[in-house]
Design a protein around this ligand. Structure first.
Ligand code: SAM
Length: 242
């Protein structure tokens, strides 16, 4: 009887540890971060939607790319790159010496992306299979991280922003493109939208300085932050002063 009770206690303990590891980064209930409900990840089965012809008019990728002011030679991360809708467009803008890191957590997306990007004649890209908490981007290498319709579905937003921060060059930028939560006429479910205030609340928990919010797209905000240098530790500071 005693060993049965001990076994039950062990199972409960393991379940408790697992739950806290999986959901520990969220506040209160699973799926809520900084008062926001996290959206489910869009599966690769929905890939066709990313390539829909109406997207050109609905999201104006041309206007977005112009706002980013990219230059040849830059290293850009297309984080949550999906089918590569932006990867090949970005690749053309930074060519010939610049390159794109296309990061995904779904290998199926990366497979479609490679076919799509190469079909557009673009080869200056690296496919990166990340995890839900790690971009797996190289440290201090990236000029600009672009996330189009992605951040709101990060399962571990805090860890992802930490990982993004690490990947940026000292003056690197991170760009959030999110459907406007403030506008009820934008025909997207609430959980897939974000307000400017919420994006700023979450990003400014990190040494990221808000640069500007651009409202030239029909349905989405473009919200730009720049990496703030972390304060250098004074050379002669004793451990107690640090
Ligand atoms: C709505 S799709 C947008 C795809 C692309 N940015 C576009 O605009 O066409 C979101 C993508 O983000 C990816 N994603 C979600 N969480 C991620 C994470 N932690 N790291 C990398 N990719 C992620 C999903 O697999 C999905 O393909």
């Amino acid at each position: 009887m005693k060993s049965f009770a001990a076994a039950i206690a062990r199972v409960l303990f393991v379940a408790l540890v697992w739950t806290s590891q999986v959901f520990g980064q969220n506040e209160g209930s699973p799926g809520v971060y900084q008062g926001r409900h996290i959206a489910p990840v869009m599966g690769h089965q929905g890939a066709e939607w990313l390539e829909r012809p109406e997207r050109q008019a609905e999201e104006r990728p041309d206007v977005l790319l112009e706002a980013l002011k990219l230059k040849p030679g830059m290293s850009v991360a297309d984080l949550g790159a999906g089918t590569g809708y932006f990867t090949w467009r970005l690749g053309k803008l930074v060519a010939p010496r610049g390159s794109i890191y296309a990061v995904e957590i779904q290998q199926e997306m990366l497979d479609m992306l490679a076919t799509n990007v190469i079909a557009h004649g673009v080869t200056n890209f690296h496919s990166v299979l990340g995890t839900v908490s790690d971009t797996r981007l190289p440290a201090n290498k990236i000029d600009l991280v672009l996330m189009v319709d992605v951040y709101h579905e990060f399962d571990h937003p805090r860890e992802m922003l930490q990982s993004i921060y690490r990947s940026l060059k000292p003056d690197g930028k991170v760009v959030f493109v999110e459907y406007r939560a403030e506008d009820p006429t934008v025909p997207i479910k609430r959980v897939h939208k974000m307000s400017v205030a919420q994006v700023r609340k979450e990003a400014e928990l990190f040494p990221l300085k808000w640069v500007e919010t651009i409202e030239t797209l029909p349905r989405q905000h473009i919200i730009i932050f720049q990496k703030k240098p972390t304060l250098p530790t004074p050379r002669n500071a004793s451990p107690a002063q640090r």
